[in-house]
Design a protein around this ligand. Structure first.
Ligand code: S3P
Length: 174
């Protein structure tokens, strides 16, 4: 299969499987993978929880926007977007040209099951994470659905998600 010159953009909620899927896609397609979160951590030289705690979410979103714009200027990337990226129209405006995008849909219960007991996602470090997940996902879902394709990512079988995306890429007219 030929490598798309477009970027492959993965969006979706926290713990929807974007990281694993993006790594596997990049490996299978021989493309370069970037993660907006990793680029932010490299740039700020501190973990995301510390950026939120010390500098606040608006600062994080500003750096995120800059990183998204930089990724969008490049070609042939698999871009693993942090869960908040697709919630902002200007990020979509930057990412959409020359890209094919996939929303990895995971229901609140799946996200909760996968994130329970972890503390690396500042937005979920609250007393009732399931309610928070439901509230945030309800707000963000319409934005995630601006992606070209929606792929179900509720089963803990990311291989299936990768397979679904590769099938879609293969079926596209070249
Ligand atoms: C966030 C998702 C995280 C990370 C940050 C904020 C969000 O990325 O960018 O904690 O707003 O949903 P993952 O989706 O990779 O967990």
């Amino acid at each position: 299969m030929s490598i798309p010159l477009q970027n492959i953009v993965l969006v979706g909620f926290m713990a929807s499987g974007k990281t694993f899927t993006s790594k596997e896609l990049a490996r299978r397609l021989g493309m370069e993978r970037v993660s907006t979160d990793d680029l932010i951590v490299d740039r700020e030289k501190m973990p995301i929880t510390d950026i939120f705690a010390q500098k606040g979410e608006p600062y994080f979103r500003e750096i995120e926007r800059a990183v998204v714009r930089e990724c969008a200027r490049r070609r042939g990337l698999v871009i693993d977007c942090g869960g908040g990226v697709a919630a902002f129209d200007e990020n979509w405006a930057a990412l959409r040209p020359n890209s094919i995008s996939f929303y990895l849909y995971a229901a609140p219960e799946s996200v909760h099951r996968r994130t329970k007991g972890k503390t690396d996602r500042p937005l979920l470090n609250v007393d009732d994470p399931l309610s928070k997940i439901k509230e945030l996902l309800a707000k963000r879902d319409p934005h995630y659905r601006k992606a070209d394709f929606v792929v179900d990512s509720n089963e803990d079988n990311i291989g299936k998600v990768v397979h679904a995306i590769i099938s879609i890429l293969q079926d596209r007219p070249s």
